[in-house]
Design a protein around this ligand. Sequence first.
Ligand SMILES: [Zn+2]
Length: 312
Amino acid sequence: MTQAKTGEPAASTGFVRLALDIGGTKLAAAVIEPDGRPAEPIRVPTPPSDVWAACRDLLTEVAAGQPVDAVGISSAGPVDLPAGSVAPINIPEWAADGFPIVAAIENHVPGARVRLAGDGVCAVLAEHRFGAARGEPNCIGMVVSTGIGGGIILNGRPVTGRTGNAGHLGHVVVVDPDGDPCTCGGRGCVETVASGPHSVRWAQAHGWTGADGKQLAEDARTGHPVALAALERAGRAVGSVLASVAATVDAPLAVVGGGFSLSGAPLWDPLLAAVAEHAGLSFLHGFRVVPAELGSGSSLIGAACLVDDPTD
Ligand SMILES: [Zn+2]
């Protein structure tokens, strides 16, 4: 495998640490700054084939000839931490058999410490470290977008579970155990109710003629009854899941991010109403749900946090 370029003589002043974010539509990588955050990343579209070559080239480019001593990886899931592999459902080349990303990077940058986590875990880790959950050792993160992902931090540590996929909140079954079929093989998961595309489909089936989640949110804000109903349905589902999971893991804070979470009051009002309705247990008094602060770069920031863990 290609080694990182050695660069110009005397250009390197020491080792650098890199963060890599592997998503279904784009790849991003950056050098990690001394404060633990990634520098301005380089982004490329995820190619339909040879995704590894694209990751490797991206790492080589951001390292810019400097020696690398650590790489943190955020990847769309599922991930398999014990195997060091990823099998993102939206990267067809890797989805079936998985790709051993940790070994590939260890071969590419020998001696580097390589850490991997799913993008939902990375997103909540980033919010915990630098964003809306700063200073809160117990929190839930949910990403509401094309799909629904998530992650859980307990006692200041990300919860991984057996394979690294703990906190995958998108497949909590909420409202309707006989609901729509889901990509996971189940039915009625919150993802089938509250993700952007599923909300759009529901609205279309009820007479709304728009095309995407952004337009759905705009129409809801101007009072379109079907758009409002679609976002109310999504918001209530998300709020119910967050209250249930908060009760399960005893966390006082949930952070909600992802493109579809930016739908404003038509989503958030029913979300918070559902939370108020369902978070009734005494230890959940004061349970808060807040918008994410770090935007679409949060998984890359979380990837950077993986290599910056002092307890590691
Ligand atoms: Zn599902």
